[in-house]
Ligand binder design. Structure first.
Ligand code: GLU
Length: 266
């Protein structure tokens, strides 16, 4: 499980996403990528290897867009290469998804979507999610409704962030078994991340997303709903830790953090 970051606001998203990914680098990863919405199109860049590889390709790309998502991947399904790196996109390149976790029923979903005419280009479990959202977008207009519909069909774990050229002023994020939080930078400016270290350089005001909740962020503000479509009212909290403490997730030492986060620890 690796890093998720999303930005929506007034500044160009690219440097904020890259900085966020850099701050989550300590978690380990094998590839990275970003998608930025710009002039009703999306620009993406994905690279296997270190963040420096991605940053150097991005250096030559003129990216002004102020809505975007970024990901560091730790491959579970599909080898670590440029194609399998996130974000993943649908058949029409209109929807972009980054995902931490594992979609356990991806094989059956993939077969169904394949029969419905979807073309898959990666070996990842994550790609089914974006095609599933594409299916739901055919009948639902709002991105968050399509994401909600898609996630109801998913078995597994996820921290996801989604952007779309069909609904360009928006980031939709959701979680189950993988952390996700919203940082409120200021009026009309927000950062979404799986790790507080990516948020703390911008703000200490955060809203923690709970299991099976979907967050919709636009320049006007944010709303939270459950997967079951109940509205959730949640105020922000103030993070009192500093970045070094956040990197240790509250543990006094990195080694202790590593030990305590082993899945088999008793
Ligand atoms: N299962 C996904 C993949 O292999 C996400 C891995 C991750 O959490 O980074 O692409």
């Amino acid at each position: 499980m690796c890093g998720i970051v999303g930005y929506i606001g007034k500044s160009p998203a690219k440097p904020i996403l890259l900085e966020g990914l850099k701050r989550m680098e300590y978690r380990g990863y094998d590839s990275a990528g970003i998608a930025v919405i710009q002039d009703s199109n999306a620009k993406t860049c994905k690279k296997a290897g270190k963040l420096g590889e991605l940053a150097s390709v991005l250096q030559d790309k003129e990216l002004r867009g102020s809505v975007g998502i970024g990901h560091t991947r730790w491959a579970t399904h599909g080898v670590p290469n440029d194609v399998n790196a996130h974000p993943h996109t649908d058949c029409k390149n209109e929807i972009y998804v980054i995902h931490n976790g594992i979609i356990e029923n991806f094989q059956s979903l993939k077969e169904r979507l394949h029969k419905a005419g979807h073309t898959f280009v990666t070996e990842t479990d994550t790609e089914v999610l974006v095609h599933l959202i594409e299916e739901h977008m055919k009948t639902k207009k709002a991105l968050e409704v399509a994401v909600q519909g898609a996630l109801r069909e998913v078995v597994g774990t996820y921290g996801v962030a989604v952007v779309s050229t069909l609904d360009p002023e928006k980031i939709v994020a959701a979680r189950l078994g993988s952390p996700l939080m919203l940082g409120i930078i200021g009026k009309g400016e927000f950062i979404v991340a799986s790790d507080a270290t990516a948020i703390l350089p911008h703000t200490r005001e955060v809203v923690y997303l709970e299991e099976r909740e979907i967050l919709t962020v636009t320049p006007k503000g944010y709303t939270i709903k459950t997967l079951g479509n109940k509205s959730v009212k949640r105020e922000s909290n103030r993070i009192e830790w500093d970045t070094t403490q956040a990197e240790k997730n509250g543990y006094p030492h990195f080694m202790l953090k590593e030990i305590m986060e082993q899945p088999e620890v008793i």
